[in-house]
Design a binder for this molecule. Structure first.
Ligand SMILES: Nc1ncnc2c1ncn2[C@@H]1O[C@H](COP(=O)(O)OP(=O)(O)O)[C@@H](O)[C@H]1O
Ligand SMILES: [Mg+2]
Length: 218
């Protein structure tokens, strides 16, 4: 679709020395002259997430850029990059299939790091909403809790129908979307693809149209 994994294996050796330290990537930094960082949303052991704006669109468009941090160990880097590509492929597949999963817009290598550009979901994480409520000695009503849970279960049915297991479902990875207040499932970094035959497709596994599969052997 985007030709995003098209055959550029320059970084296969993943020489850490030539990669940009993600700790120095922050507000105002430009990614491949395509996106500019507005602010850092979070930084974990294996990467960082940024709110970015497009530099190529004629209108203001914001996205979330996730970056994969590399290590000094080339073998571990191979594994990290493979997992990151898997996260991209999953978003590409599921983001188009369900409105409560962010869409994938771009994936590229820049200064030795890998970046995934996804739909920006305006809202707060369920975790932040819960903390704010608890601070006011408040919480969700049973009705609200049931609505959020049922809506999320519908998303999970879709995820499982595509033979994907998320493996990291927690309040920090659920955004309550501004406007319709629906839960949006994010962070497919720990997903596993299952060989389980879905009960909804009569045991016929869907054909995988994995864009980068032909370029990388796991
Ligand atoms: N699509 C998105 N829209 C809005 N905010 C996002 C989106 N993806 C991630 N975030 C924010 O960035 C944080 C970190 O992103 P996440 O994908 O959970 O990465 P990780 O937990 O692996 O660092 C999230 O908790 C959320 O606050
Ligand atoms: Mg997360």
């Amino acid at each position: 679709m985007f030709g995003i994994f098209g055959g550029d294996d320059r970084n296969k050796k993943n020489n850490k020395a030539k990669t940009k330290d993600l700790a120095t990537v922050d507000k105002g930094y430009r990614l491949a002259d395509k996106y500019e960082i507005i602010k850092k949303l979070g930084e974990g052991g294996f990467g960082a997430a940024f709110l970015v704006k497009s530099l190529t669109a004629n209108v203001v468009v914001n996205y979330v850029a996730k970056a994969q941090k590399l290590t000094d160990n080339p073998a571990q880097n191979e594994d990290l990059i493979t997992r990151f590509k898997r996260e991209s492929n999953t978003l590409q597949k599921l983001g188009n299939a369900h409105g409560q999963i962010p869409s994938l817009f771009d994936f590229f290598e820049f200064e030795g790091n890998f970046y995934l550009i996804q739909e920006y979901v305006k809202g707060q994480t369920l975790s932040d909403v819960l903390i704010a409520k608890l601070q006011k000695k408040n919480t969700f009503s049973p009705q609200e809790a049931i609505e959020i849970t049922l809506s999320l279960l519908e998303v999970l049915i879709k995820v499982h129908d595509e033979n994907v297991i998320h493996r990291d479902i927690k309040p920090q990875n659920i955004i309550l979307r501004e406007g319709d207040n629906k839960p949006v499932l994010i962070d497919f970094g720990l997903i596993k693809e299952s060989n389980r035959h879905s009960s909804r497709n009569n045991g016929i596994l869907p054909i995988r149209t994995n864009v980068w599969q032909s370029h990388v052997s796991e």
